[in-house]
Design a protein around this ligand. Structure first.
Ligand code: PMP
Length: 433
């Protein structure tokens, strides 16, 4: 058994000062039970906790650590930037370079604004869409998460095409009523909704590969229909690529899926492990953002020089020629290894999927296509498997509703060890159920 004494003591202490003992809910292990590990070091593909345990990381800080933790080149540029000044509150060279680099990679982005988080990016994108179209309603998809934005913390109403209800207290019902929640991968719902509400829909926001209900890929024709209906009704299409941006490929999800959004939101990888987000799109849309236009948006630490330095050096590393080929090979070997480990131990109700450096593990015979499908996966088996893997030194996301992430540093030993741990864990799981 791993030692967890120090984490246990610190968790008790943390809960006295921080709600739930954590600064972001999923870290609390509520979905899997047990004691969250308090970490004090991350290097390459590995995490280290305060009790002296070492884990293979399959979360990568929920996406950003794509080149591996504490990469020497990223650290070098961060140190240099820190020595030059932590924050200026003025324009800088680095933020222009980062904006140009992102624009060069993503043809749908002609101009962009940096923020300090993904939430700020999506919140600003929604305001921009409403400002540009002069319409109020938003479409979102069940199971997609876009940060803790009032009008996006909404679940479906009681019937198809009814307006939404808040999923958090503190959100006025009237806000939620401006959001329509549809089923992911349901093309018919999109058509029906636009024919009923098209005149008042400012935008549809979607994760082009959903990563907040495990990993779900869009069915052929789904995003294309959304694009077509948005065009038909003068509504904007927002791709929330906070998670998928520079995580699934060098041109993000839109590059792989060949559907062009009007606005893209980014975060995670573009900050290289520092707080960062961005939203961007066509010039004619982005020039509505203040100080050019009337849609107000600002941030004391937006474009922070340390975050920009980390982001720039991370992007330079991942845009090297074979980076995504290697990363995809690593992720495919990982998921195929897990699938085989399950099969070898008699689990024929386990499936996997991946794209770029992002993966899904499902305790179900087939890959889920919607939030309901994910909810129908065997949660009990996941919980047990999670803890068996943790004991075997592999840190999976502590919820079956999360996608997983690997880095380029998982190649070789960490990858092989993680697959071996999966074999051991499935073997033990078989005896437990
Ligand atoms: N959009 C997506 C798709 C996300 O996955 C997240 C965070 N997981 C956000 C927005 C919010 O980003 P942040 O946590 O940086 O506010």
């Amino acid at each position: 058994m791993q030692k967890t004494t120090k984490s246990k003591i610190l968790f008790t202490r943390a809960k006295k000062s921080i709600p739930g003992g954590v600064n972001s809910p999923v870290r609390a292990f509520n979905a899997v039970g047990g004691i969250p590990r308090f970490l004090n070091k991350a290097k390459g593909a590995y995490l280290y906790d305060i009790d002296g345990n070492k884990y293979i990381d399959t979360i990568c800080s929920w996406g950003p650590a794509i080149v591996g933790h504490s990469h020497s080149k990223v650290l070098k540029s961060v140190k240099k930037a820190a020595e030059d000044g932590l924050t200026f509150g003025t324009p800088t060279v680095g933020e222009v370079e980062l904006a140009e680099l992102i624009k060069n990679q993503i043809p749908s982005i002609e101009m962009l604004r940096l923020t300090s988080s993904g939430t700020e990016a999506t919140m600003s994108a929604i305001r921009l869409a409403r400002g540009v179209t002069k319409k109020d309603k938003i479409i979102k998809f069940e199971g997609c998460y876009h940060g803790h934005v009032d009008s996006l913390l909404v679940k479906a109403g009681s019937g198809l095409l009814t307006l939404g209800n808040p999923t958090s207290s503190g959100i006025p019902k009237q806000f939620a009523k401006q959001t329509i929640v549809l089923e992911y991968n349901n093309t018919e719902d999109i058509k029906k909704t636009f024919s009923k509400y098209g005149n008042s829909i400012a935008a549809a926001i979607i994760e082009p590969f959903a990563g907040n209900m495990n990993l779900i890929k869009p069915k052929k024709g789904f995003l294309e229909t959304l694009r077509k209906e948005c065009n038909k009704h003068n509504s904007l299409l927002i791709f929330d690529e906070v998670m998928t941006g520079f995580r699934v490929g060098p041109k993000c999800a839109q590059g792989l899926l060949k559907v062009k959004p009007d606005i893209t939101t980014l975060g995670k990888v573009i900050g290289g492990g520092m707080p960062m987000g961005a939203f961007g799109g066509k010039k004619e849309i982005m020039q509505h953002v203040s100080p050019l236009g009337t849609v107000y948006q600002a941030g004391t630490l937006s474009g922070n020089p340390i975050a920009v330095a980390a982001g720039l050096s991370t992007l330079k590393l991942i845009l090297e020629k074979s980076f995504f080929i290697t990363l995809s090979e690593i992720t495919t070997e990982f998921t195929e290894g897990f699938k085989k480990a399950a099969e070898d131990n008699g689990f024929d109700d386990f499936s996997t999927d991946c794209v770029g450096g992002m993966f899904g593990l499902y305790f179900s015979k087939t890959r889920p296509q919607s939030f309901v499908d994910v909810s129908n996966c065997n949660q009990d088996n996941f919980k047990k498997f999670f803890h068996l893997m943790l004991e075997n030194g592999v840190y999976l996301a502590p919820s079956s509703y999360e996608a997983g992430f690997l880095s380029i540093q998982h190649k070789g030993k960490p990858l092989k060890k993680a697959i071996k741990a999966a074999h051991n864990s499935f073997k033990k799981l078989k005896k437990l159920i």
